[in-house]
Every structure is written in C-alpha cells, then in structure tokens.
Design a protein around this ligand. Sequence first.
Ligand code: FAD
Length: 466
Amino acid sequence: MTPSQSTLERLAAVVGEAHAIRDPAQMDRYMREWRQIWVGRSPLVLRPQSTTEVSRILAIASETRTAIVPQSGNTGLCGGQIPDESGREVVLSLERMNRILDVDPANNTMTVEAGVILHDVQQAAAAADRLFPLSLASEGSCRIGGNLASNAGGLNVIAYGNARDLCLGLEVVLADGRVWNGLSRLRKDNTGYDLRNLFIGAEGSLGIITAAVLKLFPQPRSRETAFIALPSPHAAIELLSLMRDMSGNRIVAFELIAALALDFAVRHADVRRPLGPAPWYVLAELADPVPGAMLQLLEEAMSRGLASDAVVAQSENQRSEFWAARELISESQKPEGGSIKHDVSVPVSRVPEFLAAADAAVLSLMPGARFVSFGHLGDGNIHYNISQPVGMDRDHFLARWNEVNDVVFEVVARFGGSISAEHGIGRLKAHRMPAIKDPVALDLMRQLKSALDPHTILNPGRVLPL
Ligand code: FAD
C-alpha cells in the first residue's frame, strides 16, 4: 500500500527528523547497489539507533501495511536491499546500530548490533586475540546484519562454515513489532525449534535482525599461503584431497582461478602476476601447519603431475598480493564489457565435469563467450562468470541474460547443484524459486512467511515471488 503522508510523519517521528531522509539527493546511495542493476525509489529512508526504534517502526508499518526494506551495508548482489521502482517501499537502514556490545574471550563470543561493519568485527576479535573468520571481498562495507540475513560465505567456509555456522544467538524484530530476544551465548540448548536458523538466510523476509552473538576462534599463530599453477580443475580436486590428507586438514582457503580471471586482474586491477601462464591456478592457505608443510605437499603434488609451478608467500606483503589477485577478479571484469554472473554450487567432486558441461552449453548458445570462472572450490562453489565476446555490443550481450541463465541453471540442476551458493535469492532469482525448490519445501516456506509476516510488509517479493 502507498504510505500516506501521516504514516510517513509517524515513521519519521520515531527516529527524529535528522535520521528520516526524504531528500532525493541524500537518499540516492540507499537506492542503488554496487552493480547498478537495481535503482529503486522510496518515500523515506529511516535510520533507527536502537531495537526499540526498530520495534516501533514495524508496529506502525504493520498497522498501516507499509512495506519495509531492511538494508545494512548495501553490498548484496541480488537486489534484496534496494526498494522497488513503485516508490512505496520504506528503507530501514541498520547503519547507526553499530555498537559492539560485549567481547567474551573465555566464552569465545562477541555480541554486536546488526549494523557493525564486518571488518570492525574482525578487528575487535583480533584485539582480544581471537579470530572471527567470516571474510569477504566486501568486508570493509558489509554489515553483520546483512551477512547473517544473506548467510554469507566467503573465503574461509572450508574451515569455519558460513555465517550461519558462526552465530549462536540473534535478536529479531518481528513484522508486528514484537522483539524476539534470542541472544543466547550457549553452545548447547536443545529446547525446541531452531528459530535462529529460520531468520539467518531469510534475507529480511521474516524479521529484522537487530543484534547477534557471534562465535570466535583462536587466532592462527602461523599461515602458509601458496599460489599454484595447475593443468586442470580435475588436478585441483586431487590437490585438494592431497592437501587435506598431508596437512592434517589445516586448509583454511582453497580458491580456484581460471587463467582468464587472473589475466583480467593483472590487466585492469594493478595486480602483480604471481606465476607464469597456466590454464588454471589455486590459491591455498594452511593455518597452523607443521612448518614447511606447504612446500612438502607441493613437491608431492608436482611429482604426481597435479601442479606445474607454485610459489609460497615469503612475507605478509606477498600473501596480500596473492589475495589481491583473487579478490579483484570480479571488479576487473568491468572494463571487459558486460558480464553475466552466476554464484552456483555442485558437489565438490563434480566441479570439473560441471565446468566442462556449462562451458559447452554456453558456447553453443553464444560462440565467443569468455569464461571468468573462479571461486571457493573447497566448498564446490564457483562464481561462474561470463564476459561478453570480444567486439559484441554490450547491451546486445546483456539482453541475453535470462537465456544464458537458463542454460547454466539447467546444467547446475543436472549436477544436483544450487543456483545460489552464497549470494541469496533477493529480487534477482525469486521468480526461479517455484521451478527449483521441492514443492513441499516451497509450501512450507510460504506457510512460514504468512505466519511471521501475515501482511507481507517485510521485503515483499524477495526470496519468494508475490
Ligand atoms: P545488504 O546488501 O544491506 O542486504 C542483503 C540482504 O539482507 C537484503 O535482502 C536485505 O534486505 C537483507 N538485510 C540486510 N540487513 C538486514 C537485517 N539487519 N535484518 C534482516 N535482513 C537484512 N557474499 C558472499 O556470501 N561471499 C562473498 O565472497 C562475497 N563477496 C562479495 C564481494 C563484493 C565485491 C561484493 C560487492 C559483494 C560480495 N558478496 C559476497 C555479497 C555481499 O557482500 C554479502 O551478501 C553480504 O553478506 C551482504 O551484507 P550487507 O550488509 O551489505 O547486506
């Protein structure tokens, strides 16, 4: 429903005029996202400072049937945090709720408000000689509420799990304004249904996360990081097994990088090429290994023909250079024209076959398509990105977005995979849910949505199509 002037006044009064943004110029940064795919319109951006204010906002929104779009760091890649083009949806930004409430090294927990920037969480953990292992290229901007709402993955999932695995408790404001205090610091609590996991990954469609208890871990005392050249993704899978076995399962990152992905990063992102040309690369990291373990296992890998060349970082600076090469790939696709990106997963062992089948299917649809595949091979999660053929018109290429998606997702389904490994569904893929979800699962999801959000005011049309 379009919010009336008096509804907007009531909502603004909760946060005070200074934090109720109506000026289009000031609103602009909340209306567009990183990839500029979605540009929304909204009558109001609210910037509450407390759970009480969020609760009062939702009570008014529920009474007046006003749609609310939660936004944390606005780095989401599926458009869920951007209001639609109707001009009816009110944005609720969590950015002022950015306090670290408690750090408990003995319990290995940290309690934070939802608007704390991920990098600040990592720094606060480090200051207490602990590790918060969630790590994404967007960590300087994304906020913990958004990380949990989208169940973010990132670079260290292979060792520590995704955001869901890193959270013990939540505080959530429900659609009607009630506050669920689930800020448990317990590692064991078998008293009924797991509500926390209902809200994690729900992308703001079931409630607004206002605070969380996060798990901390010991800081690694040493790391060994290698950039490795390989003949094929098959070799990478064998290398992964070898590395697991020989290191005593000390792998904290195992990233696959296609030759073209590294070429783009070197060409456009001021990245130094760590190794000479090869068809594929892996960036692997061990935490607290037996000293020299990486070198030893690389020798073994070369003797088995799994690696053709490798370099082990000799300093923190060199390690950062390796990671820059990986993290700047996505950005460096931009100067190469249009790109159609897929965040997909298949069983780890099937990644090589998946890549071959998907490349063949896309090439038969679009000769000359360029594959910039990279990602978290240790989790079976590939960022299957396609850059436009050289010389093709950008708009013409992007107009074929759905066609290319259809072809790739058909191959994903054939391999028993997921069309969204870590970025979520948002607005980008909501229309695909009926086709990809088990009908019973979809029905349960719809029932949960109507039980928790009976008037469909929380992120309408995201995750589940209207
Ligand atoms: P937002 O973008 O603000 O919101 C994301 C979703 O959560 C939206 O649907 C929004 O409505 C909802 N939401 C936000 N806050 C709340 C809240 N408090 N309560 C309820 N719902 C809420 N993602 C990965 O998983 N792994 C990666 O490796 C990765 N790398 C990235 C690299 C780059 C360069 C960029 C730009 C993005 C990357 N992402 C990655 C995607 C993105 O950073 C993550 O999805 C991140 O977790 C989003 O956090 P955010 O605070 O920006 O959330």
